[in-house]
Every structure is written in structure tokens, then in C-alpha cells.
Design a binder for this molecule. Structure first.
Ligand SMILES: NC(=O)c1ccc[n+]([C@@H]2O[C@H](COP(=O)([O-])OP(=O)(O)OC[C@H]3O[C@@H](n4cnc5c(N)ncnc54)[C@H](O)[C@@H]3O)[C@@H](O)[C@H]2O)c1
Length: 270
């Protein structure tokens, strides 16, 4: 039974790889091959590394061609609002994740698990049934056409939040299909976490220090704390959890400033 971690070269993905390695065969992948090889060299055991960009279908297919029995596939690969334009953020965070889950489906068997890393910021996106229906089908050819009716997809900060809301909706939408095969799929939403991604963001956004300070635990999460949660949700002890999101943010979402006032449109005719 093989565990797969995509996005394992850094931050939470590397921490997840460390926790899953003792469970047996592990395949760790990232678009940063050198980074993931470095992580693997510190793990030892039955660990294989692979180049996999989640926006590249043939690299995803190659990855799953190496897996016979799938225990868990964990997707931590992601880019933040400051790292890429809005559409690219969707292509990695939501469309890429959907591609990975779709490619994993032929390998599902009772007990298989899919985990997507989302974000507390997904909770800032207002509830809207028409919007959610669009987010649940990110592989639709007209995805961006439909989505751009609701908001400015080129606003990278809003795009990040929306992409993560999309991860919540994607796993919820897929849960029945996976459940019919005895498999589970869900997401985990970190708050501000002490990883390279976050350090880059904090340097440019001083408001983040205030958010951390005023949050219930008054601190960032750590990659190991998120890996602890993922270790649990990928275990048999979490056998009733599917289609849901685990918010692992130290209570931080309660102090996030609202960002969507007036920015979510409802397209005419929807
Ligand atoms: N750090 C935070 O505060 C925070 C908060 C909430 C959610 N998240 C989410 O957690 C996840 C992990 O973030 P992190 O903080 O560990 O970041 P990180 O930058 O340390 O790690 C992200 C990894 O994803 C890889 N990656 C990026 N694009 C990829 C692609 N197209 N294909 C394959 N790999 C790719 C990167 O090379 C990197 O190794 C991300 O999805 C991020 O959006 C992070």
C-alpha cells in the first residue's frame, strides 16, 4: 500500500512525508525535483521521488502509473496570492488538485484516502449555491468563463481564497463517488503556518502579524501540527470522515478581516 505526497519538497508536504514514511512505501513528488530528493534523502526507507507538476497531466499520469495499491494521496502543492497571477493560482490549487484526484480514481479501493490541503481563507468566501456548483467542477472547459461572472479572477488575493473554497467544495462533491468505492476524500485547512510560503507573505503584509497576535492561540501553526492532523485523517481511526474539511488554524479564522464586501457578483440569469 503506497502513500503519495505531492508538494513534498517544502513546508507541510515535507512534514507529511516524514510522518507517513514509517507506514510503508512512499512516493514523494513536487515540481521542485531537487527539493523533494533532498527531503527523501533524509527519510530513508522505501521512498521514491518523482517530478510532478500538478498542472501537467502527463506527469500526473506517470506518477499514478507507478502506484499499484493506493493508501493515501495527499496534495499539499499550492501557490499563494503573492506568488502567482489569479488564474495560475486556480490552475495549481484547484484545477491541479482535481486532476490529481481524477487520476487517482482508477486506483481507489476500500480504505483509500484523498486529502487536499485548503486554507482557513476559503471560509471567507460567501456562501452561494450557484458559485459552489461552478467550484465543484473545476475541470469543466468553461470553468474560468463561468467563474469570472462571480468575481475578478485576476485579483490574486481573492483568487487564492476562492481556490481554497473550491477545494472544500471539490472534496464534498466527490465524496459520494469515492464512498461508493469504500474510499474517503476530504480537505484540511491550515491557518497561518510557519513555512517558506508564509514567511514570504508575512514579509509583504504586516497585517498578518496582527492577525497572529490577536488569534486565540496567539501564534502560527507549524508544519508538524498540520502533518499530525493529516496523519490522523489518513488513518483508519478517521474512518467516518469524508467530504468534510478539518479547520486546523488555532482559531485564527475568527479574527480574519472580511475581504469580500461587494466583491462577489451574482451573474444575471443564474
Ligand atoms: N503557509 C501557510 O500559512 C498556509 C496557510 C494556509 C494554507 N496553506 C496551504 O498549504 C499548502 C502547503 O503550503 P506550504 O506553506 O507548505 O508551502 P510551501 O511553499 O512551503 O510548499 C508548497 C510546495 O508545493 C510545491 N508546488 C507548488 N506548485 C506546484 C505544482 N504546480 N506542482 C507540484 N508542486 C508544486 C512547491 O514546490 C512546494 O514544495 C499549500 O496548498 C498552501 O496554499 C498554507
Amino acid at each position: 500500500m503506497t502513500n503519495v505526497v505531492i508538494g513534498a519538497a517544502s513546508g507541510m508536504g515535507a512534514a507529511v512525508a516524514r510522518q507517513l514514511a514509517p507506514r510503508g512505501p512512499l512516493l514523494v513528488a513536487d515540481w521542485n525535483l531537487e527539493g523533494v530528493q533532498q527531503v527523501a534523502s533524509e527519510l530513508g526507507g522505501d521512498v521514491e521521488t518523482l517530478l510532478c507538476d500538478v498542472t501537467n497531466q502527463s506527469q500526473i499520469d506517470e506518477l499514478f502509473s507507478k502506484v499499484k495499491d493506493l493508501a493515501a494521496v495527499v496534495v499539499t502543492a499550492g501557490v499563494s496570492g503573492g506568488q502567482a497571477p489569479g488564474r495560475k493560482i486556480f490552475e495549481v490549487n484547484l484545477i491541479g488538485m482535481a486532476r490529481v484526484f481524477r487520476a487517482a480514481e482508477p486506483l481507489l479501493r476500500p480504505g483509500s484516502v484523498g486529502i487536499g490541503v485548503a486554507s482557513q481563507s476559503g471560509y471567507l468566501v460567501p456562501e452561494n449555491a450557484e458559485l459552489f456548483a461552478v467550484l465543484e467542477d473545476p475541470l469543466a472547459p468553461d470553468f474560468f468563463d463561468k467563474l469570472s461572472g462571480f468575481f475578478d479572477v485576476d485579483d490574486s488575493s481573492l483568487a487564492y481564497q476562492m481556490s481554497k473554497r473550491g477545494v472544500h467544495r471539490l472534496v464534498r462533491h466527490k465524496a459520494a463517488e469515492w464512498g461508493a468505492l469504500g474510499a474517503r476524500i476530504m480537505s484540511v485547512s491550515p491557518g497561518i503556518n510557519d513555512t517558506p510560503m508564509n514567511r514570504a507573505l508575512e514579509a509583504n503584509q504586516p497585517v498578518m502579524a496582527d492577525i497572529i497576535r490577536s488569534s486565540p492561540l496567539g501564534r502560527r501553526g507549524t508544519p508538524e501540527e498540520i502533518a499530525n492532523v493529516i496523519s490522523f485523517v489518513t488513518s483508519d481511526a478517521a474512518s467516518l470522515l469524508t467530504g468534510s474539511d478539518v479547520l486546523a488554524d488555532g482559531g485564527m479564522v475568527s479574527v480574519l478581516p472580511p475581504t469580500w464586501g461587494g466583491k462577489l457578483r451574482v451573474p444575471a440569469g443564474s
